[in-house]
Design a protein around this ligand. Structure first.
Ligand SMILES: Nc1nc2c(c(=O)[nH]1)N[C@H]1C(S)=C(S)[C@@H](COP(=O)(O)O)O[C@H]1N2
Ligand SMILES: [Mo]
Length: 403
């Protein structure tokens, strides 16, 4: 099948591929609304239909300001996450920042220190990119096989947004980076003053000072009015409520790049500054907690992404890993963005195990959990990207597979 447009021909092909019609037994009856009754009036800011119930799941926490909420991936369509359902991860709550008072300072090893208002930043040339954002801790529960039972709770610290902002390289050129500088220390204006050390090379390559998300100002939870976006790098480096960029000749070894977001290896040393999120995928339908109502044809679907570029290929097994087939990749297939895959599949009422594995444009293949553990041991909490298996049971219930 070619990428893109689902059409009648494709439906027929899907049906043919698995031996049957996808839409058998339909009757031509439309639901009539009463033509004498007017609908709802217009409104200034849109809301979704009252029939739609998808919500973020918030992990219970004694201090809700330090919490996480998870995107309902199983309810998503396409490759974008609505801003209202974007996952959230904050270490000291969401600050309330008046954009008219906010400033970004650029200082340290620069010839011309800057202090910029939001109005000044918004006047600069901008660009827009659709990108995936994933917390380094996403699916960390899978290391211990004690994971949540559904795709939202175990994989929902990942979302896709369209971000608009100013290339950081442009501001750095204005400030005049001194030859000795090799790092940018980004700091947020929230109570914990979250700080991350970003190599200057990344800042010059593609970091963005973002203020727009999905066509409007970014949401307070996402960093309003300004955040750093480091395409493909772990969520934590994407500092929200950004108010300071300091050019230095060394990293700061801040909390979130030493004690947190580092992985203790079997030899007692820790991986730090790992930054790029490796290729990963997960089947979102059918997935844990769902039930297939009947036997028959389904479109199996899921999401794949890589911090290193485009998703080149996704393979799916519906027989516990005995054979893998190439899934269709739905356009658009953008670098460092969520990419949707799908596969026509017949559920014949037999207990089976399904999974997906992603391959990115660098040739990297998403590993099994066993292969990850062979290299990384079991002391890690972060940076898990192993293949995820779901069990479709004979009665249609879908459950988690541990280990
Ligand atoms: N200032 C600041 N920036 C921050 C954080 C924070 O708590 N404070 N959380 C980080 C973490 S751990 C992640 S995963 C992402 C989450 O971004 P989101 O809440 O927009 O999804 O922001 C990062 N940037
Ligand atoms: Mo994170």
């Amino acid at each position: 099948m070619k990428h893109g447009r689902p059409n009648r021909r494709q439906l027929l092909q899907m049906g043919a591929a698995v031996g049957g019609s996808l839409l058998a037994g339909q009757k031509a009856l439309a639901l009539e609304t009463d033509p004498r009754k007017l609908g709802q009036p217009l409104g200034p800011y849109g809301e979704r239909s009252s029939f739609e119930k998808a919500v973020r799941w918030t992990r219970e926490s004694k201090t809700p300001e330090t919490g996480s909420s998870f995107t309902p991936l199983h309810d998503s369509v396409g490759i974008l996450t609505p801003s209202s359902l974007h996952y959230e991860r904050h270490h000291s709550g969401i600050p309330t920042i008046d954009p008219a008072k906010h400033r970004l300072v650029v200082h340290g090893l620069v010839d011309r220190p800057l202090s910029l208002s939001m109005a000044e930043i918004r006047r600069l040339p901008s660009l827009t990119r659709i990108l995936v954002l994933e917390c380094g801790g996403n699916s960390g529960g899978e290391w211990g096989a004690t994971t949540g039972t559904d795709v939202q709770r175990s994989y929902g610290l990942v979302s896709g947004s369209e971000w608009t902002g100013v290339p950081l390289s442009l501001l750095l050129a204005e400030a005049g980076v001194q030859p000795r500088a090799s790092w940018v220390i980004a700091e947020g204006a929230d109570a914990c003053r979250m700080m991350r050390s970003i190599p200057l090379a990344k800042a010059m390559e593609n970091s963005l000072l973002a203020y727009g998300q999905n066509g409007e100002a970014m949401r307070p939870a996402q960093g309003y009015p300004l955040r750093l976006i480091n395409p493909g790098w772990e969520g934590n480096t994407n500092v929200k409520w950004l108010h300071s960029l300091k050019l230095t000749d060394q990293p700061y070894m801040a909390r979130d790049e030493t004690s947190k977001y580092s992985d203790l290896m079997p030899d007692g040393k820790a991986r730090i500054f790992t930054y790029a999120m490796e290729a990963k995928s997960v089947i979102t339908f059918p997935s844990g907690g769902q039930t297939l109502p009947t036997r028959g044809l389904y479109e199996l679907t899921g999401l794949a992404w890589s911090g290193r570029g485009r998703i080149e290929r996704v393979e799916v097994t519906t027989n516990g890993g005995r054979t893998w087939v190439k899934a269709e990749l739905q356009e658009p297939r953008l670098p460092i963005a969520l990419t949707r895959f799908r596969l026509a599949w017949r559920f014949d009422g037999q207990d089976t195990i399904i999974a997906s594995r992603a391959i990115d444009e660098t040739g990297y293949v998403q590993p099994t959990r066993a292969a990850l553990i062979a290299v990384r041991g079991t002391n890690s909490n972060y940076h898990y990207n192993g293949i995820k298996f779901w069990n479709v049971r004979a009665d249609g219930r879908v459950t988690n597979v541990e280990g």
